[in-house]
Design a protein around this ligand. Structure first.
Ligand SMILES: Nc1ncnc2c1ncn2[C@@H]1O[C@H](COP(=O)(O)OP(=O)(O)OP(=O)(O)O)[C@@H](O)[C@H]1O
Ligand SMILES: [Mg+2]
Length: 512
């Protein structure tokens, strides 16, 4: 059973391995519902694979949970888990070591790895924070589609991570096709979909006071009477219409008296007469604002939704320095900028020529943001390019020689598994992996060696990754190690996969 499960996990890792690192390739996914998309993000790729083997599903869940926890390292976690399993399977089948012994030693090795990473990690200080964050962003973005505009997205991601005060992923995203990805930018506010405003409407309002309302009378003053036919002669119809107009104007006067110069009606239209009436007073109005946009406006501007106008309504207005209608790729949008309430939030406008590129931009930017937030949270960074995988592996081997016996065999297997990440980085770069890995092993086995010697993905040689500015957050690597050991333990413990089929009799009875 173990061999079957391990083979399946290795097949999954085989699909992902060509996407690892800055020279990783993309996958083109043809999805019946979403059409074509290209990606090299591990979690996204796995989400689109229709997996039906339980071991592959378990491994995919580990990658998804890495995505939810820290947002990056979703490819590495699958590759490392599969390699740990492959090595364990060799120990079980050829050396007759029981899986529970392997699990015990893997756990010990995992603690050793995480402790060494914590010990070696560099600390973020007020002096180095900005430059270290830039290096982390460059490393994360370098392996993604937005890597072609690395400096632009690096600066966007660093600024966004600093705006996210509490490090939650409070990000508003607005996406529009029709321009190159270099036109993506951070917004100093929010952006909404917008329909064409009335002819007499202002297209921009400075020092906006925003009324966010849910007033159905603004869409029509008419009471709704269904299935009743009333014959009116021309004069009577005019009188009724005048009453309606007067009522609408009364509501508009009440709205205007709150001091609002921008009005959003949530979920309902604004009657064209009311719109014109308010436009003539210099008020920008928009109806049919959907719930998610209402929440976004409320968060950004501090506006509170009102359902009727009273003396309290003025105090419920939101504020923004500017509300402006803009044209993006032949479609209108409304930009609300200068919002004081957006502290701890960031909002981003993504532009790209196609919808699939837009999605990939968002995923890649999110990876960078997660890596930066993790670094800011843990205040610890490490070198990339597989340097710590190699360093820990060598230190582990040196320690294992003292232990001897079964423990030494398992630790050596764990150490060899760690080398899979730098090995795949080398092969994806088209370099001679075995020569680079043996150079790195030699370097890291010397007591004076720097722990930061890793793979130079441009020249195909070894270099000091920290000096070269290839940095990562240490907590992401810690999570990769812990998650991979968890995944391999889960799969090593399985001695039988049981597939339960629905009860036929129930099925025949039509209950299922
Ligand atoms: N310029 C670089 N030089 C050397 N190594 C790099 C460079 N850029 C990235 N890497 C390495 O590439 C690996 C990350 O690759 P990648 O981002 O494709 O995978 P992941 O983070 O595991 O998964 P995903 O990003 O799909 O969630 C890390 O080990 C990182 O150190
Ligand atoms: Mg990554």
């Amino acid at each position: 059973m173990l061999t079957e499960n391990v083979e399946i996990c290795c097949q999954l890792s085989g699909i992902l391995q060509t996407t690892l690192g800055p020279c990783g390739m993309d996958k083109l996914i043809m999805d019946e519902t979403n059409g074509l998309m290209t990606t090299n993000d591990g979690a996204t790729l796995i989400k689109h694979l229709h997996l039906n083997h339980p071991a592959a599903i378990l491994l995919s869940q580990v990658s998804q949970s890495q995505d939810q926890l820290v947002g990056d390292g979703t490819t590495s976690i699958v590759l490392l888990s599969a390699e740990l399993l492959k090595q364990a399977n060799v120990l079980v089948t050829s050396k007759n070591i029981h899986p529970s012994h392997i699990i015990q030693v893997y756990r010990k090795a995992q603690r050793f790895t995480c402790d060494l990473i914590d010990k070696l990690a560099l600390s973020l200080t007020p002096e180095n924070t900005k430059s270290y964050l830039q290096m982390i962003a460059t490393t994360t973005i370098g392996s993604k589609i937005i890597g072609i505009n690395n400096v632009h997205f690096r600066d966007m991601a660093v600024e966004a991570s600093l705006r996210l005060e509490n490090f939650d992923k409070n990000v508003f995203v607005f996406k529009r096709t029709g321009a190159s990805i270099a036109h993506s930018r951070l917004l100093d506010g929010i952006m909404l979909k917008c329909r064409r405003l009335g002819v007499s409407s202002p297209t921009s309002v400075k020092n906006a006071k925003i009324l966010l309302c849910k007033i159905s009378n603004l869409s029509s003053s008419r009471s709704k009477i269904h299935n009743v036919k009333i014959d009116l002669d021309g004069g009577e119809a005019d009188i009724l219409s005048k009453i309606e107009t007067d009522q609408l104007e009364q509501i508009c006067d009440q709205v205007f008296s709150t001091g609002a110069n921008v009005v959003f009606n949530c979920g309902a239209a604004i009657h064209y007469h009311a719109e014109q009436y308010l436009n003539n007073k210099g008020v920008l109005c928009m109806g049919y604002v959907d719930n998610s946009d209402c929440e976004m406006i409320a968060t950004a501007t501090g506006a509170k939704i009102v359902s009727r106008i009273d003396s309290d309504s003025s105090s419920r207005l939101g504020k923004a320095k500017m509300v402006k209608q803009i044209l993006l790729a032949d479609e209108l949008a409304l930009e609300i900028s200068g919002c004081d309430n957006l502290q701890g939030w960031c909002s981003v406008l993504f532009r790209a020529p196609t919808r699939s590129m837009l999605n990939e931009c968002e995923i890649s930017f999110n990876d960078a943001l997660c890596a930066l937030s993790e670094a800011l949270k843990s205040k610890k960074v490490i070198g990339g390019g597989g340097c710590l995988y190699m360093h820990v592996a060598e230190k582990m081997r040196q320690g294992a020689r003292i232990n001897g016996g079964v423990q030494q065999l398992v630790i050596e297997s764990f150490a060899s598994s760690l080398e899979i990440i730098p090995t795949i980085l080398c092969s994806n770069g088209g370099f001679n992996a075995s020569s680079i890995i043996s150079q790195l092993s030699k370097l890291h086995s010397s007591p004076e060696s720097s722990p930061w010697m890793g793979v130079d993905m441009i020249e195909g040689k070894v270099f000091d990754t920290v000096n070269a500015g290839i940095l990562e957050s240490s907590s992401i690597l810690n999570n990769i190690i812990k998650g991979s050991v968890d995944a391999s333990e889960m799969i090593l413990r399985i001695d039988q996969n049981i597939l339960l089929k629905p009860d036929k009799s129930l099925e025949q009875l039509g209950y299922m």
